[in-house]
Each structure stands twice: as C-alpha cells, then as structure tokens.
Design a protein. Structure first.
Length: 125
C-alpha cells in the first residue's frame, strides 16, 4: 500500500511536533508547512515558521519527555485531512493530552493551515 499525500503530510507534521532541538525543529517545520502556514488550537495561534516552531517548543517545555503519536488513520479528501493524536509520556506510557487536527494542504502537499481541537487536557494545563 502506498502512502498518500495526506499520510505524507501528517508524517512530516509529527516529525515537526516531535523535534526538540531548535535546528531540527526549524527544518521540520519548514518541511511540513508553507512559509505563510498557520496553526490554531484553543491555546495557541501562530503564523509562519518561527511562530509555529515557538508553539511546538513551548509544548515541549510544558511536557518534557513526551512525544506526539498519531491515533487511527488519516482521513482526507480534496486538500483537507483530519487525524487524531495523543501526547505520550515516554517514561510511563500515559497520555494526558489528546485531540484531533484538521489540515489544509497546498498543491505540493505542504500544510497551509492547521485547526487543532483538544479532546483531553490535564487540569491546570
């Protein structure tokens, strides 16, 4: 089974969200998003590579030792896809945060916009 453009875009998206070193993060964000791409969820709104990288870095500061992991399959049509994810503690496997995102892609398969929704958030986060 071949990987479709939505699965490829989501794979790059998770590479960016799981990058922790600044240089690796910057490269991963540039590979996943268009230069004017955006990210919006209930807690953050960012436009452009630098702001998106800052949102990701802030998530790693709040949840050190955690990784983002996809849940289920990627569902897409036209230039839009949706997928679920969870934030997993590498030490004990717990996943205190989970949600789903909707992405819009450009013709080359890079993300133009992410709309994120949080289904599970720990108290006080």
């Amino acid at each position: 089974m071949s990987v479709n453009r939505f699965e490829s875009a989501v794979a790059r998206y998770f590479e960016a969200w799981n990058a922790t070193e600044p240089e690796t993060l910057a490269k991963a964000v540039a590979a996943a998003w268009t230069p004017d791409g955006g990210y919006t969820d209930p807690l953050a709104e960012a436009g452009g590579h630098e702001q998106i990288a800052a949102v990701i870095a802030a998530a790693h500061e709040q949840f050190p030792g955690f990784v983002f992991r996809p849940l289920g399959t990627v569902d897409g049509h036209h230039d839009t896809a949706r997928f679920s994810w969870e934030l997993v503690n590498q030490a004990d496997g717990s996943a205190p945060v989970a949600g789903f995102d909707v992405i819009t892609l450009d013709a080359e398969g890079r993300i133009k916009q992410v709309l994120g929704f949080l289904d599970r958030v720990p108290a006080g986060a």
